[in-house]
Ligand binder design. Structure first.
Ligand SMILES: Cc1ncc(COP(=O)(O)O)c(C=O)c1O
Ligand SMILES: *[C@@H]1O[C@H](CO)[C@@H](O)[C@H](O)[C@H]1NC(C)=O
Ligand SMILES: *[C@@H]1O[C@H](CO)[C@@H](O)[C@H](O)[C@H]1NC(C)=O
Ligand SMILES: *[C@@H]1O[C@H](CO)[C@@H](O)[C@H](O)[C@H]1NC(C)=O
Ligand SMILES: *[C@@H]1O[C@H](CO)[C@@H](O)[C@H](O)[C@H]1NC(C)=O
Length: 608
């Protein structure tokens, strides 16, 4: 809405000069008051990491309110009235207090508007002041540098008009500002904060990685970080595997690589193909299925290097979204929190199957089977290949067979997440047995792999997505589409981790060393698991059975502590863990087991 006065009246030459400056200026100033609760972002998951299942997936496409934060909307809308219409659409989200577009004025002698002119401007026009604490300014159509400097000046100095949006915009009611002063060219538009990102709310901290932040902030000497699933030594220090060190050192001397490792002669930093390092893709599929598995020999596996487990899951989720629209993904309840984020972001609907039974702190096998049975035919069933996160509870081999029966019966597609191969039992083959059991039945399946834990390559982001198909032809087509999905996401994956894996697995001596180290790591975790159980059993005279701890496997233990009790673990005992009661035994040393047992017992028995 633009309101313009034909006749301007200025009480003095100074003001006339000012008007001249105003009209001569090319810049427009947008003054906006704070917009509260401006917009809720309308895409992506609602970011709790534990959003409700079956949450309707919001439509993509432009947000009706997107003129506020989106590209091109940092400028004042060219047509103020249209932006007001926009505003009414967004009225639930926008609380517009006031807005002006003031024609900007420039001091012809000094080039850009200066502070003194501004001050004069505000004095002469006698704009009603508003709290600067709730005002942001932005300039349009000025040069970027002019915008910036003016913004700075105005932020600190100017006193600018404010009112309530509707009266300001309403011609009938009139603009008190214009009435009072009746001069100049005043146009008004919707309030926008100076930032294009005003509509972006603060995201909650990640429920897992946030635990480490809280841990760092704690100054108590007794503190213990059992939040993040990363391996620690008995001294609770991060660990770089010897084989990884060796391979990395080998890279420093090219002649040695050429001599000893067959895989790559020169270590350049050229782009990898979209699907990743061929030598890596070969060994990773062989490690998973076994080199002599028919699915490998018949070339029925589409393998694409991914950005570790997470990135590989994300690629598969995109494949599901694209080629199985509306298909249901079933995840265990509970599961690794990021699963929900991944499927939400890929806009894949998911729901949960029962998995954990709080009464037994064990597997709710009947519940799991009946929920998988009840899922629509052709659903994707996400299964943790081994060392279920967060519970540490895995099905027995007999239970795996029954799970496979139901999945086959229902024409579901198993989707394995294998983030701990070799790390759970210490044996690569044993930890892959669930996947191999399904493959041996001739089923088609998806498997995401990660080398974060078993090779300690957390930061290298190395893993893979494998899609086992019923024919080599289908595998080739699936692979081509996975590449097509990867290309616009990140173009191609990083090389360093892939070379490490390829060299470790491809070299028999290094491979054996790796297996020994993995056994060592898995063994240390088993030792603290045993010690924790022993400490709890010795201390607790209540008759409570803690043996579930020994039945669990891998890095994690589900303690059965609820949120209140977990909070007490942290607030009282300085034990950092996720609020679902999960502890990472990899962050525990034998020396700290007694202390942890005291904390668990106190929280379990005394917190209500
Ligand atoms: C079940 C599960 N899947 C996947 C991952 C993926 O981790 P990354 O992306 O580091 O490979 C993890 C890591 O904690 C996990 O626990
Ligand atoms: C997430 O969605 C649920 C259900 O739709 C809602 O109750 C909750 O407030 C939302 N959380 C956030 C942070 O938006
Ligand atoms: C919007 O403006 C107000 C007032 O300056 C400020 O407090 C608020 O932080 C601004 N928003 C952003 C995202 O900068
Ligand atoms: C821990 O739980 C006990 C028992 O309920 C309570 O008295 C205490 O205030 C809690 N401490 C903290 C730090 O939460
Ligand atoms: C946690 O368990 C205690 C003891 O059974 C109970 O009193 C408390 O209400 C529970 N808290 C929550 C959040 O479930």
């Amino acid at each position: 809405m633009i309101s313009r006065r034909k006749k301007s009246f200025f009480p003095g030459a100074k003001a006339i000069f000012l008007l001249f400056l105003i009209l001569a200026a090319g810049a427009t100033l947008v003054v906006a008051s704070r917009v509260s609760n401006l917009m809720k972002p309308n895409i992506g998951p609602n970011d709790t990491n534990f959003p409700q299942s079956n949450r309707p997936i919001q439509p993509s496409g432009p947000n009706p309110c997107s003129y506020v934060p989106g590209p091109g909307h940092c400028k004042a809308p060219s047509d103020a009235s249209s932006s007001i219409q926009h505003d009414s659409q967004c009225s639930e989200d926008l609380l517009v207090h006031s807005v002006f577009i003031l024609p900007w004025y420039q001091n012809p002698h000094k080039g850009n508007p200066v502070e003194s002119d501004l001050r004069r401007f505000s004095v002469e026009f006698n704009l009603p002041g508003i709290s600067m604490a709730s005002t942001m300014l932005s300039l349009t159509s000025a040069t970027p540098s002019a915008s910036l400097s003016m913004q700075e000046i105005l932020k600190g100095k100017a006193r600018l008009g404010s009112g309530t949006g509707s009266t300001l915009f309403n011609k009938e009611k009139g603009n008190p500002f214009i009435k009072e002063k009746s001069f100049g060219r005043i146009s008004m538009t919707v309030a926008v904060n100076a930032s294009c990102f005003e509509g972006i709310a603060m995201a909650p901290p990640d429920p897992i990685l946030g635990v480490s932040e809280a841990f760092r902030a704690d100054t108590d000497a007794k503190k213990l970080n059992l939040g993040v699933g990363a391996y620690r030594t008995e001294e609770l220090q991060p660990y770089v595997l010897d084989v990884v060190n060796k391979v990395s050192k080998l890279y420093l001397s090219n002649w040695y690589i050429a001599e000893r490792l067959m895989l790559e002669r020169s270590e350049n930093k050229e782009y990898l193909p979209i699907e990743g390092l061929a030598a890596f893709n070969k060994v990773t599929a062989e490690l998973l299925f076994g080199a002599d598995n028919p699915v490998i020999n018949q070339q029925r596996v589409a393998t694409v290097q991914g950005l570790s487990g997470t990135g590989s899951l994300r690629l598969a989720a995109a494949l599901i979204e694209r080629y199985f629209p509306g298909a249901q993904v079933m995840i265990s309840s509970p599961t690794w929190g990021n699963h929900k984020n991944i499927f939400n972001d890929a806009r894949v609907p998911w729901s949960e199957y029962r998995y954990y039974d709080p009464k037994t702190v064990g597997l709710d096998f009947e519940g799991m089977i009946s929920d998988i049975k009840a899922a629509p035919d052709g659903s994707f069933i996400v299964l943790h290949g081994c060392a279920h996160n967060p519970t540490g509870i895995d099905p027995t081999p007999e239970q795996w067979e029954k799970i496979a029966d139901v999945i086959q019966e229902k024409n579901h597609i198993p989707f394995f997440d294998v983030a701990y191969q070799g790390f759970a039992s210490g044996s690569l083959d044993e930890d892959a047995s669930s996947v191999r059991l399904f493959a041996a039945r001739g089923m088609e399946l998806l498997v995401a792999q990660s080398y974060s834990k078993n090779l300690g390559l957390y930061a290298e982001r190395i893993g893979a997505i494998n899609v086992v198909c019923s024919s080599a032809d289908a595998a080739a087509r699936v692979k081509s589409q996975l590449k097509r999905i990867a290309r616009p996401m990140y173009s191609n994956p990083p090389v360093h981790g892939a070379r490490i894996v390829a060299n470790v697995v491809g070299d028999p001596a290094l491979f054996n060393e790796w297996k020994a180290e993995m056994e060592m790591m898995a063994g240390r975790i088993k030792n603290v698991r045993q010690k924790l159980f022993d400490s709890l059993s010795a201390k607790d005279k209540s008759g409570k059975d803690w043996s579930f701890i020994l039945k669990q496997i891998g890095m994690f233990s589900f303690t059965g502590l609820n949120k209140t009790q977990s909070d007490n673990m942290t607030n009282k005992w300085h034990v950092y863990m996720t609020k679902d009661g999960r502890i990472s035994l990899a962050g525990l040393s034998l020396a700290k087991c007694e202390y942890l047992a005291d904390a668990i017992m106190d929280s379990y028995h005394n917190v209500s």
